[in-house]
Design a protein around this ligand. Structure first.
Ligand SMILES: *[C@@H]1O[C@H](CO)[C@@H](O)[C@H](O)[C@H]1NC(C)=O
Ligand SMILES: *[C@@H]1O[C@H](CO)[C@@H](O)[C@H](O)[C@H]1NC(C)=O
Ligand SMILES: *[C@@H]1O[C@H](CO)[C@@H](O)[C@H](O)[C@H]1NC(C)=O
Length: 245
């Protein structure tokens, strides 16, 4: 091995371990002692929006339009097994942040996120009884849901690494309420159109009850996705870079 190559490798190793990157333009930095810290966070939410629409591949930040949930959503509800995969949602970037409160020292955040409308597509599998009717099938489904209010609680902690303080988010809990919506399942009962229409109608006439059963699963999946995105946003920077004095 030539000396040059050897030092080259050492340099690369060092840069991997110690490189702390400069704050990129998509991060609006809020000062710890800013008396208008909550307002600063709302401004930060506005500034990052166009970057979340497209995603930032250099930082492994995925695009929110559509938001893609890779993991299988699988749930046994009362009497029915439902699975959804390849879930895509449009509209997540049209968020309004309200009633936020931030405790920087303890890394506790609370906020309400309002989404006027979400359009969702997924591939579903159901087997069991829904609203007392036997239902079995799989195929594409589409849903629109409106006036989505999500109460978010986010918590993080700081830790030392190589003499620097870093931030890691440890938990995100979401509580979702929905104003209304409409859902269409295709191909239920292997294409029996009449029965499919009956189920579509029944579900939509009982949309609130239907969604109430599913929301806990959706909340869990969304929390996992957004906890991951939050960590991808902050994990390249030190705490002092993110929250300077
Ligand atoms: C959040 O803010 C909205 C509008 O400012 C208000 O109507 C609502 O009551 C607030 N919710 C909570 C839980 O504080
Ligand atoms: C959702 O809304 C769009 C646009 O308003 C409409 O074209 C579509 O058919 C709706 N889908 C469902 C499942 O209601
Ligand atoms: C039920 O969904 C299927 C598939 O999207 C659609 O063809 C059918 O028109 C829907 N029926 C009703 C009553 O909405």
């Amino acid at each position: 091995m030539t000396t040059e190559l050897y030092f080259g490798i050492i340099a690369v190793l060092f840069s991997v371990v110690f490189a702390k990157q400069d704050i990129p333009p998509f991060l609006h930095v809020c000062h710890r002692q800013d008396p208008e810290l909550n307002q600063c966070f709302i401004a930060a939410g506005e500034e990052i929006r166009p970057y979340l629409v497209k995603g930032v591949p250099e930082y492994n930040i995925p695009s929110l339009e559509p938001l893609i949930m890779d993991q299988l959503i699988s749930e046994d509800l009362s009497g029915i097994h439902i699975e959804a995969k390849d879930v895509k949602a449009w509209g997540c970037s049209k968020y309004f942040v309200r009633n936020n409160s931030v405790d920087v020292e303890n890394q506790k955040y609370q906020l309400d996120v309002y989404l006027p409308e979400l359009q969702i597509e997924a591939y579903y599998t159901v087997d069991g009884k829904l609203l007392l009717m036997p239902v079995k099938g799989e195929g594409p489904m589409k849903a629109n849901i409106t006036h989505v209010v999500t109460k978010v609680k986010l918590e993080g902690e700081t830790f030392e690494s190589n003499g620097e303080r870093f931030l890691k988010y440890t938990s995100m809990v979401m509580k979702v309420t929905v104003g209304g919506g409409h859902v269409l399942f295709s191909n239920l009962f292997s294409g029996d159109k009449l029965l499919n229409d009956v189920i579509n109608l029944t579900i939509n006439n009982n949309f609130d009850a239907f969604l109430k059963e599913l929301l806990p699963v959706i909340e869990k999946s969304l929390s996992a996705v957004f906890l991951d995105i939050s960590n991808k946003i902050v994990n390249k920077f030190t705490f002092d870079q993110l929250f300077p004095m």
